[in-house]
Design a protein around this ligand. Structure first.
Ligand code: NCD
Length: 309
């Protein structure tokens, strides 16, 4: 079998992505059927940056498939603290595990690892760059809520500059037909130019705005909120100035379309007020639950595991 990695959502074709989401949907409906497909397989989680959902949902995914897990959850507790390169680390991990998920504060670190690896490497978030498995989670959620992707109007709000989930989601959605984006951010936190350039090349319409109001929310099918990425700021004053730029509360939500679902990759800080959680349009906790099923489907796909009959 050819060794495959997942660095960006574009590493999967649209057909592969749709097949993976469908597999995730089947796993959700009948998880018992998949309980032993990874017996004897091991996942390594190499996390050089904090995580709750991503690491634990990867681990839950492998355990649900009958496999085992090992790994570390911070750079200080690994040999990175002694100066080991990711290239050397992955060479060694390739002898201990069958597949690895890596999160790293430096953009491109999982890609470097994949170039030295004998096992599939999954990018579980690299700095402010990409986060393809969050995107799979987001896509499954949108597909369940809206029935598909074609023709949707998607609003993305918050830190669109450093928010890696935003970059991966825009790239993945850009391959479907008739989408439009509304990019809502402070001027200093706009989407990077490479993301915008790709929208322009594909002729996908997008609007940029600094305001989250009735006008910008009009016509949205999905509002994807994000937190301001504190850990990527050089200057704490800038972070403090921007951290509460957007707060989606009940009052604001009253101005939004009745069929606009709210997604958030989590963790939430202040950008969605807790009083929104009970609104039927709040879909972020459901979204977090889907993270396990897409990661189960991804592990099976990259390990070339056949679906049980
Ligand atoms: C995201 C991340 O790590 O980029 N979290 C996650 O994986 N669900 C979003 C964030 O940290 O803001």
């Amino acid at each position: 079998m050819v060794l495959r990695h997942l660095m960006s959502p574009l590493d999967l074709t649209v057909e592969e992505m749709d097949a993976l989401l469908s597999l995730a949907g089947r796993i959700e409906k009948d998880p018992k059927k998949y309980a032993h497909v990874c017996d004897g397989k091991r996942l390594a989680t190499l996390f050089y940056e904090p995580s709750t959902r991503t690491r634990l949902s990867f681990e839950a995914a492998m355990l649900n498939l009958g496999g085992t897990v090992l790994g570390f959850s911070s750079a200080d507790s690994s040999s990175a603290a002694k100066g080991e390169s990711v290239a050397d680390t992955i060479r060694v991990i390739s002898c201990y595990a069958d597949i690895a998920a890596m999160r790293h504060p430096k953009e491109g670190a999982p890609l470097v690892a994949s170039m030295h690896s004998l096992i599939p490497v999954i990018n579980a978030g690299d700095g402010g760059h990409q986060h393809p498995t969050q995107t799979l989670t987001d896509l499954l959620t949108i597909r369940e809520l809206k029935g598909g992707f074609d023709g949707l109007t998607i609003g993305l709000c918050g830190d669109l500059k450093f928010g890696r989930t935003v970059h991966s989601l825009i790239e993945a959605l850009s391959r479907y037909d008739g989408l439009r984006f509304k990019l809502i951010s402070p001027a200093e936190l706009k989407v990077p130019s490479y993301v915008k350039a790709s929208l322009k090349t594909k002729g996908i319409p997008y609007e940029q705005s600094e305001r989250l109001d009735a006008d910008t929310m009009a016509g949205l099918d999905i509002l994807y909120m994000t937190r301001v990425q504190k850990e990527r700021f050089f200057n704490e004053d800038d972070y403090i100035r921007m951290k509460d730029f957007y707060v989606l509360d009940r009052e604001k939500l009253a101005m939004a379309p009745k069929d606009m679902y709210i997604l958030h990759p989590l963790p939430r800080v202040n950008e969605i007020s807790v009083d929104v959680d009970d609104d039927p349009r709040a879909a972020y906790f459901r979204q977090a639950r889907y993270g396990v099923y897409v990661r189960m489907a991804l592990i099976m796909t990259l390990l070339g595991i056949e679906e049980p009959a």
